[in-house]
Ligand binder design. Structure first.
Ligand code: SF4
Length: 374
């Protein structure tokens, strides 16, 4: 296995406003912090001495597009030396700050994929969760992006927001599919401690309601020609996220910036969440040397999230054991229960939609049950 990471994640933690449900590493945008942050980000990227070609770059947040134009261009310049042979270069954006000027800059610096935080297409719901855009902003931003030649556009949607009925979900999907998008990420609302939602006592949907909403999304998007290629992600054929597949194939990657995670030389690391520490040059906060057994668990957990599943030859090459032979009984049971498919020709196992919906249970059985991998 080639262990030199071919993917780079860059975290920009600033946001214009803080959404009521947000649990990501983020802070209110102040120019003075952003200027220093970009300097430190460059230092952290330089510290990896990356001289080999990268396959994917993903700038996420926070909201990268909340940087003022000159700082946004500075960010693009910092990243530019790493982009020469990149296949997929994504930037996350919020609709209200995805201006024509920023889109032009992205185009000039080789960005070829946008990921836009839409979350809902109902303006009242958006306002109630402290998002600062309307559906009209989404339409304008995507239309401008299309005019400038962006043809690979993801939108994020949250399922189960307060007052978002199933009828609203139907409208959201109708609205989104009227736009030239190629990818949708749907996440169920999670209420985390320390968020405004948590303090307001807002509850997550029950498992049954959550499943009903996912079932609806699955059938709607399938009908519209989208492929459900990962638990929370659907794309038009050929528009699967190459960068995110780095994570799901359990490959190595660099992660830079506040709170970013990376996986380099057999070590999984997470950067500090303290902006003061980061600006003072303290980057890494936690390191985990991945043991062989943990590596097997990560490999299964990540690969089984996707419709590609576990390629048995890859497992054999990486862990020097026959996964199918070791887990034959369990696999056959899952196959009989229509939770898993064993593709004999391609020598891979993957989960059906029903299997994906109970991934944790399946993993527990594979890791600890009859067919222990340890
Ligand atoms: S824009 Fe994104 S990162 Fe920023 S507060 Fe909202 S959800 Fe969190």
């Amino acid at each position: 296995m080639n262990n030199q990471p071919q993917s780079l994640y860059i975290h920009i933690p600033f946001c214009e406003a803080i959404c009521d449900y947000c649990d990501f590493p983020k802070l209110q945008y102040f120019r003075i912090f952003a200027e220093k942050y970009l300097q430190k980000l460059k230092e952290e990227m330089d510290s990896y001495k990356i001289s080999h070609p990268l396959k994917t770059i993903y700038i996420g947040g926070g909201t990268p597009t909340c940087l003022e134009d000159d700082l946004f261009e500075e960010l693009l310049k910092i990243v530019d030396p790493y982009t020469k042979s990149v296949l997929e270069y994504t930037i996350e954006a919020n609709p209200e700050s995805l201006s024509v000027d920023k889109l032009k800059m992205m185009k000039a610096y080789g960005v070829n994929r946008l990921s836009i935080g839409v979350e809902s297409t109902n303006d009242q719901i958006l306002k109630a969760i402290n998002r600062h855009h309307t559906f009209q902003d989404v339409k304008i931003a995507i239309k401008n992006a299309q005019k400038l030649g962006f043809n690979n556009i993801n939108v994020d949607l949250i399922l189960g927001l307060p007052n978002a009925t199933k009828r609203q979900l139907e409208k959201d999907l109708d609205n989104l599919l009227s736009l030239p998008i190629t990818h949708i990420s749907c996440y169920s609302l999670s209420v985390h401690p320390h968020t405004t939602f948590y303090l307001k006592g807002i509850k997550e949907q029950s498992g049954d309601v959550e499943r009903e909403l996912y079932d609806y999304v699955e059938s709607y998007l399938k009908e519209a020609g989208f492929i459900h290629y990962e638990i929370s992600n659907w794309s038009k054929p050929g528009y699967e996220s190459v960068h995110n597949f780095t994570y799901w194939k359990d490959e190595t990657y660099y992660g830079v910036g506040l709170g970013a995670a990376g996986y380099v030389d057999g070590v999984r690391y997470t950067n500090t969440l303290s902006i003061n520490e980061y600006l003072n040059g303290i980057t890494c906060k936690e390191k985990e040397n991945v043991s062989l057994e943990d590596d097997k668990e990560y490999f299964l957990m990540l690969n089984l999230r996707t419709n590609r599943g576990v390629i048995l030859k890859e497992y054999q090459e990486r862990f020097h054991e026959d996964f199918y032979k070791k887990n034959e009984e369990t696999i056959n049971r899952f196959v009989n229960d229509e939770l898993m498919v064993f593709d004999k020709k391609e020598e891979r196992i993957y989960l059906t939609y029903s299997g994906m919906m109970i991934l944790d249970t399946i993993l527990l059985e594979l890791i600890n049950g009859n067919g222990v991998t340890r």
